[in-house]
Structure formats: structure tokens, C-alpha cells
Ligand binder design. Sequence first.
Ligand code: PMP
Length: 446
Amino acid sequence: MSSTYVMHRSLRNTPPVATRGKGVWLYDAGGNAWLDGSGGAAVSCLGHGHPAVIDAMHRQIDQLAYAHTGFFTTEPAETLAQRLVDDAPGDASHAYFVSGGSEAIEAALKMARQYFVEIGQPQRTHIIARRQSYHGNTLGALAVGGNEWRRQQFAPLLIDVAHVSPCYEYRDRHENETAEQYSQRLVRELEDTILKLGADKVIAFCAEPIVGATAGALPPTPGYFKGVREICDKYGILLIADEVMCGMGRTGTLYAVEQEDIVPDLITIAKGLGGGYQPIGAVVVQKRIADAMQKGTGFFQHGHTYIGHATACAAALAVQNVIRDENLLERVRQLSLVLQQELRERFSGHPHVGDIRGRGLFFGLELVKDRATKQVFDPALQLHARVKREAFARGLMVYPMGGTIDGRQGDHILLAPPFIITENEIDMLVQRLAAAIQAAIESLPA
Ligand code: PMP
């Protein structure tokens, strides 16, 4: 059977047809099973087929599937928004619901811009982001992201965004500097960029607290985000934390920035918010931003048909209730130790695993040709895609990343299993991954 719709993967090949999911497992019609080691793309935080979420969705659809926000609000949307702002750092007052991560970024960018128009600083027009980043595939989000491979052919359509260096300790920290000094160097670069653009011309700095889709769970170095926050405050610039991938418990705290001890002005969330049960994303908004819009225009000048979708909000609320009621953040922190230990036992001496990094149940492996020099494999070999293929053939889903990133090529593998994974399943995941990496490397031309 050829696919009439999977154009974004291949117009030539068709993937297997997924028919059923239960826990950390996905099945096709033939009964083949795959361990969902990446939660899809760090989405399925509760795994598949969770009865509490399904039940909440049933009840909501029965009562009311959808009511347009131009006329109504709904109880699940209100309850979910309240939960998100109560649990968010700082003085958050509103959550603005959209249908996914890219939409959340678009909304955050526009909200940041509107904020400055409201407070009488319309001259602020610049966005700063980082070269090694992914913020989504719509034109605004793509412009903010730094993934060159994704940007290339659309570059003429993208707004001008200034990109600074990523926080990429494995490759970029100098031998003679500490991690803290490296953080400071990056923060100075951000400040220089702000000054070059004009301190009163910048709207926001946008960054993923833990980089996901371009680098396989890359955490910041100590003090980096504190320094970033200080610089943003110094020049009155907003900080947008993109937690679309790393948020909602994935790193062991509900919001990843909690571990950086900072309060972003806007936080975007998506994947783990609805856990894949419904498409939903959100922007979590600090009160002073919402207050400015309330005093000014009186509303956020934005909107899509499906914002605040009642069934999506009910599903997300159920997901968040399960995370809270089943104490899953604690479980993520415990299982993180198990996963780390297994990864280190398996791969710390591996000749082609250069770096193992991450937090919570969000880990990345960076594959290299030579550990000592950190030399990458020839990008034409597409090693990351080979690992994905070999893993899939062994009943394991892992998320591969490659292509040009920050002017460099690399092969990265992202792991983001559901929070309900067991220790035995972690063991199976790591074993299958090791076999897949081995087979992928053996498949390379001599
Ligand atoms: N931001 C980040 C950090 C992401 O990882 C992603 C998706 N990988 C997005 C934004 C875009 O989200 P979506 O694919 O839901 O539009």
C-alpha cells in the first residue's frame, strides 16, 4: 500500500500502519510491536491507551466537544489554565491554548511584540534566538529556529532573526575555561548582539531550556540561563522559554526552567501537555504581560479556530492530573538515574558515542567517528537515520537527528520514553539501542 498522506517523510516509501497502542508499546495490524523509546517526538509522556485520559475525553465529547472561544470559555479550558499558571514559576496569570508547538511559538512572538506596542515601545522589532535550535516549522517559528537544513530552501520567506551561539558544552567549551566561564562567555555574546541591534530595539530572546530536536537533549551549563535572564532584564527584553519538548515533567520538574531558577516572561509548552491524546499547546504568560494587554488593547490580537478546544483541554487536564496524582515527576527523577546508569554502562566506553547527556527521561547520544577528536561521520552516510532504521527493525523507536547544525554536521539520537516505563523496559530499550548502533555502524561502507 502506498501512502496518500505521509509526504513529509517520503513520497517514495510508506511506513507501517500503526493500529494500536498500550503503555510504552505500539503495534501494527500484523501484531508487530515497537517499544516507544522516544515517546514519538517526546510527546507520549503517559504512554498509549491510558484509561483515565480516554475516559476524560469520552466524557467531554459526550457533553461538548467544541465551543468557539469567540463566544464561550469552557470548564476544562479554565481548569487547565488555572493549573498551568498555579504550577508555573513566577507570577503567571494566563495560559493561551493553541493546537501545537509551532502555534505556541507564533503566539508567543506576537504576544511579545504586542506587549511592547501596548507599553509604548513600538520601536522594538528584533528577535534573538540561537543557532542550534528548533522552534517549529511555520514561517515565524522556522525563522526563529537555527536548524539550517530545515531553513535553507525557505530562507527568502523568513523574517530576519539574529542568531547567537548555542550552549553546547561538548563541542564549544574551551579546555581552559570552566562551565561557568563558558556560560558567561555566551551571555556576553548575547549582550553584544543586543547592543549591536540596539538595546531598545529588541523584543525577545527565545531559547529551549534543554535543546531537543536539533541536538538530542542538550542541557545548559550552570549559570547560563541566570545570566541570560539578567541580560534580558538589564535591557528590558522578554525571555521566551520554549518548553514545547522539554516541558511538562519530561526533565523531572514540571517546567524545565525550574531547574535553572529563573522566571521566563513567556513559556511555550505542547507535546507533553496533551501527551499525544489530543493536539494541544499553550503559552504560559506572566501577569505583567497580560496586564499590559488588558490595560491597552484589551485582548491579545491573535486567534485560531481551535484555540482552547474543549476536548483537547479535557485530555490535557486528565494527563496533568495523572502526572500529579500518580506522582510521576518523582518517578521520572528516579527512572532518570536508572536510564543514565544503563546508558553509561553501555556507552561510556563506546568508540562512537561521544557524549551522553540529558535530564529526567530526556536523553541524547551524540555519535562520532572518533571520540578523541570528536570528528563527525560523513553526513552523506546519514548514520542517525541508519540507527533509527536498525532500531525500528529491532522493535524500538528512537528519534534521530542530523543535518547541518550551527555550521557543523552531527548525528544525534534522542530518547524520551513515557514516564510509565518500567526498569525492565529501560533495560530492553538500551539493549536494543546498543544493537542498533552496532548494526548501523557495521552497515557503513568501509
Ligand atoms: N519547539 C520545540 C522546542 C520543539 O521541539 C518543537 C517540535 N519538535 C516545536 C517547537 C514545534 O512543535 P510542533 O511540531 O507541535 O509544531
